[in-house]
Design a protein around this ligand. Structure first.
Ligand code: C2O
Ligand code: CU
Length: 493
């Protein structure tokens, strides 16, 4: 079965001449050989540093660390959870996570575990599920994730800057499927100039349109890295788009690849032509590697000219196992009964006027604390976007808004996300995994996700059972859109 679910051209011949690597035109010879610039992000094999944490307490210290990225002349003052960007933590399904965030930044922060259906008090949203973790303070997160998957974590206030400076990590909850190798690839652009210094994370032109792009594209913190893979092996590639802005259209050349999971959730595998991966979205790909010396290109077809993001190079001992398709176990999500589902249409729109929320009742945190004011790190000076006509509060108007929706626990919910803008919006719900039922433009098979792209002028229908009690965010994951109004919360009680 061959599907082109992204709706892109079915078979795209990519000539070497037409390909650019890392956004820079390269001669054909550059594709065969020639080491790429290393940074402190990943090891020499192109992999991120991984730790196994199942059950073991671990610490994430948010702090500024200078790193070098690409061919920049100076260091980049990154904010990281460790000594390098994107630390990967692996645990098995059923194990518990026990992470202590220690804040060594000069401003408050918190950790949101994106996609994990954890308890509300562990969701890491300042002023909504916990108090912000102030400089010098610590906060302990304990979650037993109910689903296997490919997750990540990041802060939730001043996100354009905190995530933009590199505050993100990867959380893998493993199932029992045996691959010969399991490789994490984090896609992220950096808003840095050639001197390594950061450029403004929010620009008026970008925030009001598709977002502000980072000029330096990386995979695992490196520009077009070479990643070593075993030859003749069944390999699982976990691709995470941790960029704040860029939507990519991901394909693989040089091996037959199947899409096996979206946002870490198994789907019926199909041959990957390309899959559109917006900010915060993840895709798991199964592929068979070539013989030693063979090369596989990871390509973004979204740009006018396809871009090689990374190259997998088959090296070392061959595995020579059967090339059998790997089937992941389906997730344990409650099936929403569409016949009785509560239906809401949510319009995604531009809005220059912040909603007036004065005189509203305060929110009560999971620990019973009452909150009635946000601070300026968690609200923006400008409003540009709205969900269903409501905006996240603007600075100087810092009451929390009322919930956009409230559901009795167990309610099946059907949401129609209607994009009235000429820009794409990757919409994310906290605390729940939803089924993507249909979309009016970009064809996708029915699948489970926590973030879904809503294309310009598109109508996307999703459904889920509101079974996780608490106050949960719903927002666009183009961070400038989130930070300038396209954010709200809903209540499950
Ligand atoms: Cu990764 Cu509220 O999101
Ligand atoms: Cu958006």
């Amino acid at each position: 079965m061959k599907l082109a679910p992204s709706g892109g051209p079915a078979a795209r011949p990519v000539t070497r001449r037409a390909i650019v690597a890392g956004g820079t035109a390269l001669a054909a010879t550059a594709l065969i050989g020639c080491g790429r610039t290393q940074t402190s992000a990943a090891g020499r094999d192109g992999r991120l540093k991984e730790s196994r944490i199942g059950g073991q307490p671990f610490t994430l210290t948010a702090q500024e660390r200078p790193i070098s990225i690409g061919a920049n002349t100076g260091p980049t003052p990154a904010w990281l959870y460790g000594d390098a960007p994107f630390p990967v933590y692996r645990m098995r399904l059923g194990e518990s996570l026990d992470a202590t965030l220690t804040n060594r930044l000069s401003e408050h922060t918190s950790i949101h575990w994106h996609g994990v259906r954890g308890p509300n008090a562990m969701d890491g949203v300042a002023y909504v599920t916990q108090m912000p973790v102030q400089p010098g303070e610590s906060f302990n997160y304990r979650i037993t994730p109910p689903d296997a998957g490919t997750y990540f974590f990041h802060p939730h206030c001043n996100t354009a800057e905190q995530l933009g400076r590199g505050l993100a990590g990867v959380l893998i909850v493993e199932d029992n499927v045996g691959f010969d190798d399991d490789i994490v690839c984090v896609l992220k652009d950096w808003r840095v100039g050639s001197d390594g210094g950061f450029l403004p994370f929010i620009t008026p032109e970008g925030a009001g349109r598709g977002g502000t792009f980072g000029p330096l594209r990386t995979v695992n913190g490196m520009v077009a890295p070479e990643i070593q893979v075993p030859p003749d092996a069944n390999v699982r590639l976990r691709l995470l788009n941790l960029d704040s802005t860029r939507v990519s259209d991901i394909g693989v050349q040089g091996a037959q690849a199947s899409l096996i999971a979206v946002d870490g959730n198994a789907l019926t595998p199909f041959v990957l032509e390309s899959w559109r991966l917006g900010p915060a979205m993840r895709m798991d790909v199964a592929l068979r590697t070539p013989q030693a010396g063979g090369r596989i290109a990871l390509i973004d077809y979204f740009a006018a000219e396809p871009v090689i993001l990374a190259t997998l190079v088959a090296q070392g001992e061959s595995k020579q196992r059967n090339a059998s398709a790997q089937m992941l176990a389906p997730g344990n999500f409650l099936q929403p009964d569409l016949a009785i589902a509560e239906m809401h249409e949510l319009k995604l729109s531009a809005s220059a006027t912040p909603t007036d929320y004065s005189g509203l009742a305060p929110i009560v945190l999971p620990d019973g604390k009452t909150i009635d004011l946000l601070d300026s790190l968690c609200s923006n000076a400008q409003t540009l976007w709205a969900i269903d006509g409501k905006t996240w509060p603007q600075n100087g108007h810092e009451h929390l808004p009322p919930p956009l929706m409230s559901f009795a626990r167990g309610t099946p919910v059907r949401l129609q996300l209607t994009n009235t803008t000429p820009h794409v919006h990757p919409m994310h719900l906290h605390g729940h995994t939803f089924k993507v039922l249909s979309a009016s433009k970009l064809k996708r098979p029915e699948h489970w996700a926590d973030t879904v792209l809503v294309m310009p002028e598109e109508r996307v229908e999703i459904a889920f059972v509101a079974d996780n009690p608490g106050n949960w965010m719903i927002h666009c994951h183009i961070i400038e859109h989130q930070d300038t109004g396209m954010m709200a919360w809903f209540k499950v009680a």
